[in-house]
Design a binder for this molecule. Sequence first.
Ligand code: SF4
Length: 472
Amino acid sequence: MADRNVKISKQNIEKQKEFMLLIKKNLGGKKAFAHVETYGCQQNVNDSQRIEGMLLEMGYTLTDNREEADVIIFNTCAVRENAEMRVYGNLGALKHLKKKNPSLIIAVCGCMVQQEHIAARIKAKYRHVDLVFGPHTLWKFPSLLFDVTEHKERVINISGEGVIAEGIPVHYDGGAKAFVSIMYGCNNFCTYCIVPYVRGRERSRDEEDILNEIRTLSQSGVREIMLLGQNVNSYGKDRGETDGFSRLLEKVCEIDGIERIRFMSSHPKDISPTLLHTMAQNEKICNQLHLPLQSGSNRVLSEMNRNYTAEKYLETVKLARTLMPDIALTTDIIVGFPTETEEDFTKTLDILREAKYDSIFSFIYSRREGTKAAELENVATEEEINNRFQRMLDVQNALSYECNAVHEGKIEEVLVEGRSKTDEHMMTGRNYANKIVNFKGDDSLKDKFVKVKITKAQTWILYGEIIEILDK
Ligand code: SF4
């Protein structure tokens, strides 16, 4: 069982609040801008909301414009190499801003810099970076920033083990949807993945802390919650509980004002029939499940240390579909794992067809230094892997269209997000399945539930006509 002393004490959080006030005082009412750029997953988005929450308390105004910023923060991701390359490129591009404005503070945080060799590289080669901190020291951001601003020190702090820090201000964008992290870290050590090395072991937040956060969000107008964790099915296991996640979901369902609940990610080895029953029995939990498959080959799954077989995975899909016939399924697939053969890949395509996913998040394998898979030799050429990737997209695009076409003619509840980014004459929102639905309407519908008749399906999007505005 994990050490429950991972929670940062209230006194330590209070100290950080004092640093926030000190920085605010030192700004002396001067308008100062902060720009936060997020790479990677929703958990990183949620971390950035904490960073922004702290910056607002310090008196900074948030800006999307790097050029006008007094503080620029890159919250980075370590899962794939190209995301890291992008960070290096963007960091290099900040050099000229620092030249123009020597008092500009540049900070890099997140999973990428938690890797020692990367922190060392930034320290040595990116001299214009003032502050580096990892996920374990995020809660100390105010004191670290204070050391940079007031003591004019260059600070690199990626020390510490996995912690839970409650009471950090969070900046939500004021919309009807919000992310809530319920746990941090991962115990699974999939052989291709760097996350357990940079985010530490699984730590579940206390139930009351999570519920209080959601109650506050509900009072501020949030209607839809996405519960986040690397493996939400493990929630509570570090306290010796079983089915803790199902119980948590039931309690979230009881919160007035919260109409939709989603979660991600679920590890297929840990998803239980109890959880699927809980989903089926509670209207507020969307019939939508993201269940990362990664590969359809049992041999590759074993080399990935995923601890389930394709057959076991399909049993879960079958039960989910029996309990929730309209369930929308999505998954993650890695193409080109080092030992993947054509035969292995064909098995992945077979499962795609059998599970009939609404959509997939597919990635070409990215070698991560320090992981077990990094020691394996590639058996396929780059050309073969690219060819597999394209074939998989072709198969999936046809399946995604088929899944979307099922919605045609149906009347569905949509939570409106705002104007469509691709067509300003359309409003856009999501149905229970998290599918994008575009329809004609005006800005007054933003953050409201509406009933939409789906008139046309495309591979990635549904179109419809508004039938009714719901006053939920
Ligand atoms: S479950 Fe596997 S893939 Fe997911 S974060 Fe943990 S180690 Fe990485």
